[in-house]
Ligand binder design. Structure first.
Ligand code: HEC
Ligand code: HEC
Length: 140
């Protein structure tokens, strides 16, 4: 019997907390979207960056400069696979019509030098940014 009472008390307690008895007069909360346009607005997609014409190399500006990447640089570089080497490795470059990696990226025995694995550490993509630049108020 005691058990039944405490179970009933618990159910009542839960019902009280469930919010079903919320005050009817509670002031409406004015929730605003975090986005800059109303959710129902249809606006054109942001302009995407354009890369130099496929198959072109960008002229280097100083000796031993890591050449700029004339295409997108979002190929995945993970522990299992290096997306850049699928075109630029010594074995595949000619077939992919890409320049093979530099001699410095290869060890004396012909193996790839792992120190050069993270290509975008040195090579950066060059693109014509079509989006409006963000203002900067930085002062020294
Ligand atoms: C689908 C094939 C492909 C993939 C994948 C690829 N590239 Fe390229 N890349 C090319 C081609 C084609 C060119 C233009 C020909 C050239 O100059 O090598 C090029 C050019 C370059 C150049 C300029 C070479 C020069 O001498 O000016 C660099 C640097 C480069 N890629 C780096 C990268 C990096 C880093 C990655 C990975 C983020 C990558 N590429 C992935 C095909 C590819
Ligand atoms: C530690 C910096 C560094 C890393 C990491 C690196 N590179 Fe380079 N890369 C260079 C430099 C510097 C050159 C220019 C060498 C020169 O002209 O003496 C170069 C040259 C190249 C070239 C042009 C070769 C030629 O004969 O014109 C290609 C293609 C290239 N790298 C691809 C890659 C790829 C793909 C990766 C990743 C697997 C990579 N690099 C990683 C610094 C780096």
């Amino acid at each position: 019997m005691k058990k039944l009472f405490s179970a009933a008390a618990m159910v009542l307690g839960l019902a009280a907390c469930s919010g079903q008895q919320a005050e009817p007069e509670a002031a409406a909360v004015n929730v605003q979207s975090l986005g800059q346009s109303a959710i129902t607005d249809i606006r054109p997609a942001d302009a995407v960056a354009s890369y130099p014409v496929k198959g072109t190399a960008i002229e280097r500006t100083f000796v031993h400069q890591p050449p700029l990447i004339p295409h997108k640089d979002s190929y995945s570089i993970s522990a299992d696979k290096n997306g850049c080497l699928t075109c630029h490795s010594v074995e595949k470059a000619a077939r992919m019509k890409a320049t093979a990696i530099d001699k410095s990226h290869v060890k004396a025995n012909g193996e790839f030098n792992g120190q050069y694995y993270f290509c975008v550490q040195c090579h950066v993509a060059q693109a014509d940014n079509k989006q409006a630049l963000v203002g900067n108020t930085h002062t020294k």
